[in-house]
Write a protein that binds this ligand. Sequence first.
Ligand code: UD1
Ligand code: CA
Length: 472
Amino acid sequence: MNIYATVVLAAGKGTRMRSALPKVLHPLTGVPLLAHVLKAVEAIPTASTFAPLMTHRPVAVLGYGAAEIQATFGERCLYALQEEQLGTGHAVLSAQEVVDALEPLPQTVLVCYGDTPLISGEILARVLDEHLTHRATVTFLIATTEQPTDFGRVVRDTHGRVREIVEVKRANEAQKRIKEVNSGVYCFERTWLWSTLQSLPRNAAGEYYLTDLISIASSQGRVIATVSGALDETVGINDRVQLAAAEHLLRRRILERHMYAGVTILDPVTTYIDDEVTIEPDTIILPGTMITGKTRIGSACRIGPGTTIDQSVIGNRCIVRNSALEEAVLEDEVSMGPFSHCRPGAHLACGVRMGNFGEVVRSYVGAETDMHHFSYLGDATVGEHVNIGAGTITCNYDGIRKNPTVIGNGVSIGSDTMLVAPVTVGEYARTGAGSVVNHDVPSGALVVGVPARIIRKVQTAKDSTAEDNQKE
Ligand code: UD1
Ligand code: CA
């Protein structure tokens, strides 16, 4: 059985981000950078061909913003503290105690950086598999690029054997032109790792670089293995320009995943979909649409253009045009917009038609209800087959608390009605245009005026059938 531990370095402030937020908490496609790396780490066992493998929860090395990061990831990781950020070698050594306390004890330590969010479980597994197959002392991931920028350069001898990794700060002109770069993923033989890190001197930059272990292994004649990966899987995020480039790349990958799974995306350039969003086949996403959080969208919907949806659930065959939804639920066949807003707790049941300039918050709207123009429903429970006339407002806030409005099945609310909550409108009742309803309305009553009063019982289809029957 091969047992390995994973150490993820995340102690740096990320000075080049120029941010109060720790670098690894910066969001990428809606989730923190570190979450992307953890996802890849967690996918290793299923991605590896080198069975059987056994591992533990990853050990995250924290320093700057440790409490905030730990609060974000909780039980998902084990944690080690690097109080002073003295370099990546020093950071790995800070994890020694935690790693050595693991049971069963791992022989191999996989190290990766918390700021390389494009990494995949497959590539990490390849580094691990290569390491184990070659019984190497150290194995690391290499990428080749025409623009090596701030990556460490991989220096080889005349036989093509890896000699060292030279950081760009210390590289000479010839080394700066090297196109083979260090991607920042390593496997080490555990006992060699600790003893070598303990005797590692500070380098000219005053830091302990993990990368200096390569030249030490080379001079000791140890087995150094390498794996080549694609650059776009391994780019590190050091500043916000690189963050935007990674966002662009990942966003494209997410959109392609949806398109291959049967979702039409009319204009990928203006469509933003977070990593955790799910969309069923035959849904069409129109331009200028942003779908974020853990939103779920059913099949055969038409979403957009110009729509933002956050943390919401949308059923099948819905139409949402130029609208905004936050923490809302639309059941099947709901039509919404253009220019409407469902705020947290809005729940529109099957077949609801919510037209333009409507707002719903903390309210349930029953099946087949119409609310076509300029209306506000807050803290309301609305029945089925209700018609909400243009300009209806639930006056739910009395300056101190939010009060509920209940509207029964089949009610017809006249245009410009003010429903002064708390208030209940009974089934099949009607309110006249412009009424201000500040008392409960009995079922079947028609109320009008300011304040609204009953003028008669509503004649419903049901009533007239009953009367006809009586006449006969
Ligand atoms: C590092 C590598 C470089 C490689 C590149 C790949 C070193 C010395 N250099 O450079 O060869 O090409 O990554 O992306 O390793 N960290 C700590 N504690 C510290 C210092 C850093 O936890 O004391 C963490 C950071 O939070 C970060 C990661 O280690 O997540 C990498 O550090 P960073 O400063 O970004 O290294 P690079 O300059 O990108
Ligand atoms: Ca980096």
